[in-house]
Design a protein around this ligand. Sequence first.
Ligand code: ATP
Length: 736
Amino acid sequence: MNNYKVYLRVRPIDYDQSMMNINQNTISIKDPTNKQAEWQQYCYDKIFPSTSTQKELFDEVFNFDCLNKNACILSYGQSGSGKSYSLFGNVQNPGIVPLFVQTMLEKSQVVEASFQEIYIDQIKDLNTNLVTEDFTRRQIMLINDLWDMIKIVRKTDIKRQVRTHVIITLYLNKDTKIQFVDLAGSERVAKNITEGEKYQEAIMVTSSHQVLNKCLNLFNQNKVIPKRESKLTSALIIDNNTQVILIGTINPSQSNYEECLLTLQYLDRTKNVQVQIRKQQSPQGLDTPNNSQQDKVIKRLQEEIQEYKQKIEQLNLDRKKRFMDLQKLLGLDIDLERLSAKNAKDISIFRNQQEALQKNVSLQEQLEQQHYEIAELVRKNEELKQDFHQKVERYQSQLIEQREINKKLKDQINMTKMSGDDALRQLNSERDHFIKKLQDESKNLLEDKVTSIINLPQTALTKLSENQKLQDLRRQARNEAEKEFNKQLDQIKLEHQKWLDTCKQQYEYHLNEKNKEIENFLSSFKQYRERKKQQINDIVDELLDLYDIVQKQNKVIDKIETGGYSGGLKSFSIPKQDKPILPNKIKHKNLFLYLDTKSVSATITKKASTIEKTIKTTTKQLKQSQSQFAIEIDYNQIDQINFTSMDLSTLRSYANKLRDLVKELQDQMIVVQDKCKQQIAQMQRGQFIDYFVERDEAIQKYNIENRRYNQNRVVIESQSRILQKIRPISSIQRKS
Ligand SMILES: Nc1ncnc2c1ncn2[C@@H]1O[C@H](COP(=O)(O)OP(=O)(O)OP(=O)(O)O)[C@@H](O)[C@H]1O
C-alpha cells in the first residue's frame, strides 16, 4: 500500500563493518560479539546512510501532494539515535519540520500549529502548559515562531524528555493536517527496575510503542485500527486520506547492537503480516508462502528467546560465583538461601506482574480481534441492508412499468371493441377535412405567386426611377455640403488672419517697449561705467599720492639716518618741505569714501604721529649719543656694515627705527594691496564686456602698484635681514 512508508536513518558514526552493512535499501546486521552469528537482513522503502543530509530526507518524505492529503510522520529509535535531529534539527541544519514550514511560508500558505506531549498516558498542551485534550492553535507567521515552539519542547523536563512523546500538528487549510511525532526513546529499561515512577514510565512507553506497531501494521493492511488502545494512537491522524511515514533511527556503535536490532525488527513488524491474525484468516491451515514466512519469523523469535534465556542463566551463575568469592574474601557468613528466597519472592512478584501484563496484552488482542470481527459483521450487515433496499427499489419500478403496460393493453382492447363502421366513418371525414384544407392553402399560394410574377416589370421600373431620384438627391446634398464647407473655411481663414494681425501688433508693441528698456538700460549703464571709470582714476591718483607720501617719509628717514640734514647728528632740523604730509580728506575723498573714514583717518594720523615720534626719538637718541661718528647706510651694501663696532645704544636706536619703519611700510602696502584687490574684484563682478576693458586697465594699474610694492618689499626684506643680524649681537653686548 502506498499510503505507508518505512524509512531508516543511520546516525553518522564510523560503524563497524563486521556488525553492519548497507546495500541500497537493505541493511544486514550481525552480533559483533559472536563470531558464529549469522547476518540478518532487513529491507525498507528507503535507507538513509550516515552521509545523508536533512534536505535529502525532507525531499523523500514530502514526495506527495501535501496540500490535499493528511500526513503523519513518526520518528522511532533509541535515545540519542537522531529522532529529534531528523524532525527538528537545528538552525544550521534544519530538520524536516522547519524545512516544511519554510516551504509553506514561501508559498504564502497560512500555517497554524498545535503541539502536545504525552507522558504516562497524560496529554499536555505545550502552548498553554495545561493537561488537556483540547489543543490551542497558533499561527506561524515567521520561521522563528516555529523555532520558539521547538525551544519549548526542548526545555521540558530533560529527565522525562526521553520517556515522552511529542506531537506537532500543522494545519494548512480547512481540512489538511500534517502531524510530526517525536516518539519516546525505544531503549529497554534496566532490568533491575521493577517498581516506582520509572517502572511505570517504562511500561507505558513500551505498551504505547506496541499498540502503535499493531495500528501501523493494520493500517498497512487497510484494516480497522484499534486507535483507542493508547493515548498516543488516539491522538494520531491515521485514516484513508493519510500518508503515514515511519522513520526509524539507529546509532550503530557496537555497544548499541541489541537496540539497533530491536529498532530494525520493530520497523519490520509494522510492515509484516502478523502471525495471529493471519492464522485466524486462514483456518484451513494451508501452508501458503505467507504462512511459511510467518513460521520462519516465529522460529527466529523463539530462537532469540532461547538465546536470551541462556544469557540470563549464565549471568545468574556468574553473579552467584562472584558473590561467593566476595564472601570468602570478606570472611562473611551470609545466608544465601534466605537471600535468594527473598529474591525469589521478588522475582515471583515480578513474574506475576509480567504474566498479568502479558495476559492483559493477549486479552486486549482478543478484544481487538472481536472488535474487528464485530466491525466486519456490521459492515456485512450494512452491505446486506443496502442490497435489500436496492432490490426493493428495483421491484417497485418494475411494478410501475408493468402497470403502465397493462393500461396501454386495456386501451387497445377497448379500441378494437368499437364497431369497425364508426371507426371508418370517422377516419374518412378526418381525411376529407385534411384534403380540403390542403387544397385551399395551395390555391392561395398559387394566386399570390401569379400576381407577383405579373407585377414584376412594373415593380422593376418603379425601383429604377426611385434609384435615379435618390442619386440626384445625394449629388445635390453633396454640392450643398461642399459649398457650406468652403464658406465656413473662408470665415475661419479670415478670423485666423485677424488674430494673426492682432498678435503681430502686440508683438511689435512689446518689442518696441523692450528696445526702449534696453536703450535706457544701456545709457544708464554707460553713465554708471563712466562714473566708475572716473572713480578708479581718482583712486589710482590718490594711491599714487599715498605712495608719494610714503616715499617722502622714507626719504626723510634716510636723510636723518645718513645725517643729511644740516646741523649734524646732534642738532639737525627737518625743513618744512620735507615734513611728513597727511592724506587730505578732500583730495583723497575716494579712499576715505571706500574705507571706514574714521578708522582710516585715525590710522593715518596714528601712523603719521608714529613717524614723527620715531623721527623725534631717533633725533633725541642721536643727540644723546656720545659717539661722534655718523651712521651712513647704503642699502646696497647694507650686508657689509660692521655692526659689532657700534655701541649698544646706537645699535638699539638703529634697530628700533628700522623695525618701526618696516612695520609701517608693511601696513601701508597691505592697505594699498587690499584696496586694489577690492577694486579688481568689483570689476570682475561686472557682467558686461566693457567692464573687461576697465578691468584690464585696473589690472595694469594694480600691476604697476604691485611692482612698486615688491620693490619696497625688497628694501623691507633687506632691512629685516639687518635686524636679524643685529638682534643676536645686541643681546651679546647686553650680557657683556
Ligand atoms: N544524522 C545526523 N547528523 C548529524 N548529527 C546527528 C544526526 N543524528 C543525530 N545527531 C546528533 O546526535 C545527537 C542526538 O540526537 P537527537 O537528540 O536527535 O537524538 P534523539 O533520538 O532525539 O534522542 P532523545 O530521545 O534523547 O531525544 C544530537 O546532538 C544530534 O545533533
